[in-house]
Design a protein around this ligand. Sequence first.
Ligand SMILES: [Mn+2]
Length: 337
Amino acid sequence: MSWSAAPVESDWIDTVSALTSGESVLLVGHVAPDADALGSALAVGLALERLGIPVAVSFGNDPFEVPRILRSLPGQHLLKAPDSVGDPRVVVSFDVSSIDRLGVLRARAEQASTFVAIDHHTSYTGFGTISLVDVTAPATAVLALELVDRLDVTLDVEIATCVYSGIITDTGSFKYAATTPATHELAARLLRTGMRHDLISRHVYDDEPFGVVRLVGAAVSRAELDPDAVGGLGLISTVISAADRAEFNLPIDAAERIIDVVRIATEAEVACVLKEEDDSAWRVSLRSKGQVDVSIVASGLGGGGHRFAAGFTRAGSPASLLVEVRAALADLPHLPE
Ligand SMILES: [Mn+2]
C-alpha cells in the first residue's frame, strides 16, 4: 500500500492554529534522524521560537545522542531528550513514515490532542490526527519551509541552513529524479539569506574521521556483482559487520556512505549494503538507479522508504538476508525510463 493523497488547505490551516494556540509543542524526527528529519524539525522549531511559542525538538532514541554530522545544524538549544519533553498537547512528526519510527516517543505522540504527520514517503502509513504528506516533495524540508511561511516567520540564515541541509541530503545534492525547477527555485531563495551552502556541504558530506575512509575501503573491497540479479539489470552488494566498525571504533552511522560508492557500478541497477547494528540485527539499504522501485522490496521485508532509496532492519545472517533481497528484486516490474 502506498500513500498518494496530497495535503489539503484545511489541514494546513488546522496545523497552524494548533501550533499557535498557546499549547506546548513537541517536534519529532524519526529515530536515528538524518538531516531531512532533524533539519525540518529544527527549522519549524526556530520559527516557533521566533514567535515566542514554547517548543522542544526531539527524536525517539534512547540513549539520546545527536548524530555527529547534525551537530552543526542551528537550533541545537531546542533539542531535548525524550525523557525531558514533558507532556506536550501538540506533536508534529517530520519525515516519519510509520509510527514505530517514533521510537520511545510514540506514546507521547499518540496521547497528544493534535498529532500532525509531515512527510514525503510513499510508504507513509496514515497515522496522526492530521496528515500533511506530499509524496511528490523531494524532501520533508520542503514542507517544513511551507509551514514556516504559513506561520508568517521571516526566513533567516538559521532556518534556511536547516531546510537546505534536508534538501541536499534527500536529493543527493539535486541529483535525484524528484528534483524539480521548484526545488532549485527554493534553493535560490535559501541561498539569498546568505547561508553558507559550501560549509553545509562540507559538514554533511566531507567531514568524516579517517576511520570512515578505511571502513568504506573495506566494504568496497569485498563488494560482489551479480549481473543476473534484478531480472538481468544487475545487483552490487556488500556487507559491513559490527566487528569491522569496532576495528575503527565507529558507530553504524559511519557506514551510511558506503552505498553511495558501490552504487556507481554501471553493471548494477540496484545496490544493496548490509550493515550490522551493535545488537547484531542487520540494517539493509537499497538504492535503485530508476528502473525498479526498491521501496516495494523494503516494505515487503518490514521496512520502507522511497522508490529509489529504501531499507529495512532484520535479524538473520547477511547471506540469508541477501537471498531474500535477491528473490524480492527478481519479482519487481521494470519501470519505463
Ligand atoms: Mn526525507
